[in-house]
Design a protein around this ligand. Structure first.
Ligand SMILES: Nc1ncnc2c1ncn2[C@@H]1O[C@H](COP(=O)(O)OP(=O)(O)OP(=O)(O)O)[C@@H](O)[C@H]1O
Ligand SMILES: Cc1ncc(CO)c(N)n1
Length: 275
């Protein structure tokens, strides 16, 4: 079985972060492992607290993972401080990690800031050059490229700037802001649009985490970058189309929409059962 590692923050409400990553990787057929960067106290309406692990303890988790079960792909999500980013970069280099997907998480769907200002420059300097693909949304791509994005032509320009600066592929997500659900992949000097039909579902908590984990899972299984992105878009469209509706804010998706088996059946009414 192929394996994937997520290095990210925990979302206590289960829709984003480590929890979304593990669900996504599992449903996409790889064995999921996790190194936790921070605990968040959050739900669909917002984040009330963040407790970071120390860089030393993050390194310890990564040592445990890489010296035993080697990940075929690595996804990196919320990493809020410069010290943690440095620890990740050091360990990824030490263990020659491959198929690295960086989701440059800066702000949660609910609006909470998930990265310190000084960490952004370390992310650019140390982590992006190690990545195979980075998956910014429009505000994140503006920070990484230094240009304002108002049109699809701006998206192309920003993706090219980021890809050339950091020698990686770039999936710039048009997502909820600019167009339907159309994302632009810049890879090996070529731009390609992935057209997604906008699903009228207000529950989009964790979409970015889910997409990047699905890409990592497909890379772990040996699919090309183009095919990994295509399959990941198909998966997220399915998870959104399942129309799960939980919580008072922007709720989570149903990551398990495609699993229908003996153990997923809900309880049926049974006269004999004790209440
Ligand atoms: N309503 C929607 N219908 C279809 N696809 C969507 C919808 N909303 C987002 N997506 C897709 O989900 C993926 C994640 O994009 P999104 O822009 O939501 O990321 P993000 O802003 O990083 O997410 P997050 O808020 O979790 O950090 C993209 O492929 C995007 O096109
Ligand atoms: C832990 C965590 N990571 C990422 C996001 C972005 O959606 C979030 N809300 N929470």
């Amino acid at each position: 079985m192929k394996t994937a590692l997520t290095i990210a923050g925990s979302d206590s409400s289960g829709g984003a972060g480590i929890q979304a990553d593990i669900k996504t990787m599992t449903v996409n057929g790889v064995f999921a492992m996790s190194a936790v960067t921070a605990l968040t106290a959050q739900n669909t309406t917002g984040v009330t607290g963040i407790m970071e692990v120390t860089p030393a303890f993050l390194k310890e988790q990564l040592d445990s993972i890489f010296t035993d079960i080697r990940p075929d792909a690595v996804k990196i999500g919320m990493v809020s401080s410069a010290g943690l980013i440095q620890a990740i970069a050091e360990k990824l280099k030490e263990y020659h990690a491959r198929q690295i997907v960086v989701d440059p998480v800066m702000v949660a769907t609910s609006g909470a800031k998930l990265i310190n200002d000084d960490a952004v420059s370390v992310l650019k300097e140390k982590l992006l050059p190690l990545s195979d693909i980075v998956t910014p949304n429009i505000p994140e791509a503006e920070v990484l490229s230094g240009i304002e994005i108002k049109t699809e032509a701006d998206m192309t320009a920003a993706a090219e700037i980021i890809g050339k600066l950091y020698h990686c592929a770039v999936l710039l997500k048009g997502g909820h802001q600019l167009n339907d659900a159309n994302d632009l992949l810049y890879s090996k000097g070529v731009c390609r649009w992935f057209y997604g039909k906008r699903i009228h579902n207000p529950n989009t908590h964790g979409t970015g985490c889910t997409l990047s984990s699905a890409i990592a899972s497909n890379l772990a299984k040996g699919f090309s970058m183009n095919e990994s992105v295509r399959r990941a878009k198909e998966y997220i469209s399915g998870a959104l189309s399942a129309m799960l509706d939980l919580g008072a804010g922007s709720g989570p998706m149903n990551h398990a929409f495609d699993i229908k088996g003996k153990y997923t059946k809900e309880k049926t009414e049974n006269k004999d059962s004790k209440q």
